[in-house]
Design a protein around this ligand. Structure first.
Ligand code: FAD
Ligand code: NAD
Length: 475
């Protein structure tokens, strides 16, 4: 049996489902095929992000933060609580129910936008055909004018620390623990390691994060990274830098981890070990011979700046192609491709993709770090504003961290904005918009920010670039 479409999308994660929806909005006949199966065996749209990534991790970050604040902070506000107890089962039930609501929501969005959602495996055949093996095992071939590959990524697994899903686990397993491990080891102080480490630390685990690289968050501005390191230490998150894990094995009901650092080889015993050493593009059984789609040496599907593969009318978006593995990057690529297919304008500005790490304090940035600007040789100026000087942050009992802006000396262009502090991920939106519109630092200086809000930190950091800060001492 064969069906014909204008567009077939393989993958319904945050890159694939927006592509399908925008194609539907562009009045194209579109189908979106996805094989995601949850641990209870049910199929769900939404990919890694909704089922095992962004959404469940943020649900647990929120719950664990409230738990910790109830225990340690409420009394400062004059709120006396009795004995505070953790009900992990209820917390996990809430996490699962948020995931369910969001993934069911995608099926509803598909319906509203005329997208045919198909649960099953998709394989690209030569001639822009897609062989679908449905959840029921029935095969059918879809013929498409355009195919968009959005098959995402999967955790990197290392033979020297074999994944068993119980003791040596990946991030998905670590989001679904049904008990708080007394001793939790995490390999990798990347975004996943830090976010998950913080969740379980707040819920009571003794957490040790082992990171091979000698500095924390090398991709972030180092003023922000140093501030983060100080706060993580205060929270009891033990991060060992320059500690490369060479092997790990489950022994009885614990895990023995062997790592090396400048002092030599060490052993760490933990109850569970989360391996968070990065993700790799996922293309298993995706491409039949002769499609013309090429992979690079790291396994990413090769595309140009508009996400075109070398095969005519075959496109690829999201984690399976170059660039940061972020949901919002994939979404913009998916929407761009669906618009280009419809003959409309489409472009992604890769220079203004924001990064957010949902730790406490939250970390967010857009554009270049001070280190990158310095290396470029362009003359620059910097402005800082500490949240300690923010009335709103004080009222929130969250007066930690700082906002920093790096601007060009010659034309006042904003080159990078870096925030560590309360709601940094929300605050960075203003900076992204400013940079997208090529705003100068003076533009932000002259923009009225409501008082008292956290957004004043961005305003004050912009003023501080020219030593005009009002609410903090210019340095
Ligand atoms: P995916 O979300 O991986 O979706 C791909 C989909 O394609 C999957 O459903 C898969 O089953 C399906 N598929 C693959 N091959 C086939 C096939 N042949 N046939 C049918 N279906 C197929 N990013 C952020 O921006 N913010 C965050 O806060 C954030 N938090 C994260 C937390 C964790 C713990 C993890 C693991 C990741 C997080 N990410 C976050 C990263 C984010 O999840 C990814 O960047 C994003 O999901 C990539 O989207 P995608 O659509 O390219 O791929
Ligand atoms: P990552 O690349 O961010 O970090 C992996 C870390 O593991 C690196 O710092 C690396 O040096 C370290 N490492 C590798 N091998 C090691 C070893 N043997 N011993 C010790 N350390 C080792 O990868 P991740 O944290 O797994 O995240 C994967 C992707 O998911 C990222 O690209 C990220 O963009 C995305 N993500 C984003 C968010 C967010 O946007 N908030 C949240 C989670 C995940």
């Amino acid at each position: 049996m064969s069906e014909t479409y204008d567009v077939v999308v393989i993958g319904a994660g945050p890159a694939g489902y927006p592509a399908a929806i925008r194609a539907g909005q562009n009045k194209l006949k579109v189908a979106c095929v996805d094989e995601w199966q949850n641990s209870d065996g049910t199929y769900a749209f939404g990919g890694t992000c909704l089922n095992a990534g962004c959404i469940p991790s943020k649900a647990l970050l929120e719950s664990s933060e409230l738990y910790q604040r109830a225990k340690e902070e409420f009394s400062v506000h004059g709120i006396k609580l009795g004995d505070i107890k953790l009900d992990l089962a209820a917390m996990q039930k809430r996490r699962a129910s948020i995931v369910k609501t969001m993934t069911v929501g995608i099926a509803a969005l598909f319906k509203a936008n005329g997208v045919v959602g198909i649960q099953g495996h998709g394989r690209l055949l030569p001639g822009n055909k897609v062989l679908v093996t449905g959840a029921d095992g029935v095969e059918k071939t879809l013929e498409a004018k355009h195919v968009i590959l959005a098959s995402g990524s999967t955790p990197i697994r290392l033979d020297a620390m074999p994944h068993d899903g119980k003791f040596i686990v990946d991030s998905w397993n670590a989001l679904e623990f049904d008990g708080v491990p007394a001793r939790l080891g995490v390999i990798g102080a990347g975004v996943i390691g830090l976010e998950l480490g913080i969740v379980w630390r707040r819920l009571g685990s003794e957490v040790t994060v082992l990171e091979a690289v000698p500095e924390l968050l090398p991709m972030a501005d180092q003023a922000i990274a140093k501030e983060a390191q100080r706060h993580f230490k205060k929270q009891g998150l033990e991060i060992k830098l320059g500690a490369k894990v060479v092997r790990a094995a489950a022994v009885g009901t614990a895990v023995e981890v062997i790592y090396t650092d400048a002092q030599g080889e060490h052993k760490l015993d933990v109850d569970k070990l989360v391996v968070a050493v990065g993700r790799r593009p996922y293309t298993q059984n995706l491409l039949a011979d002769g499609t013309g789609v090429l992979l690079d040496q790291h396994g990413f599907i090769q595309v140009d700046e508009h996400c075109r593969t070398p095969a005519a009318n075959v496109w690829a978006v999201g984690d399976v192609v170059r660039g940061p593995m972020l949901a919002h990057k994939g979404k913009e690529e998916g929407v761009m491709v669906a618009d280009l297919i419809a003959g409309r304008y489409g472009e992604v500005n890769y220079k203004t993709i924001p990064s957010v790490i949902y730790t406490q304090p939250e970390i967010a940035w857009v554009g270049q770090t001070e280190e990158q600007v310095k290396a470029s040789g362009r003359a620059y100026k910097t402005g800082f504003f500490p949240f300690a000087a923010s009335g709103r942050a004080r009222a929130m009992e969250a007066a930690q961290g700082l906002a920093k802006i790096v601007s060009a000396v010659d034309d006042d262009e904003i080159l990078g904005v870096h925030v560590i502090g309360p709601m940094a991920g929300e605050l960075i939106g203003e900076a992204v918009l400013a940079m997208e519109y090529s705003a100068s630092t003076e533009d932000i200086q002259r923009t009225i920010h409501a008082h008292p809000t956290l957004s004043e930190a961005i305003h004050e950091a912009a003023l501080a670039v020219d030593r005009k800060s009002i609410d903090a001492i210019n340095r």
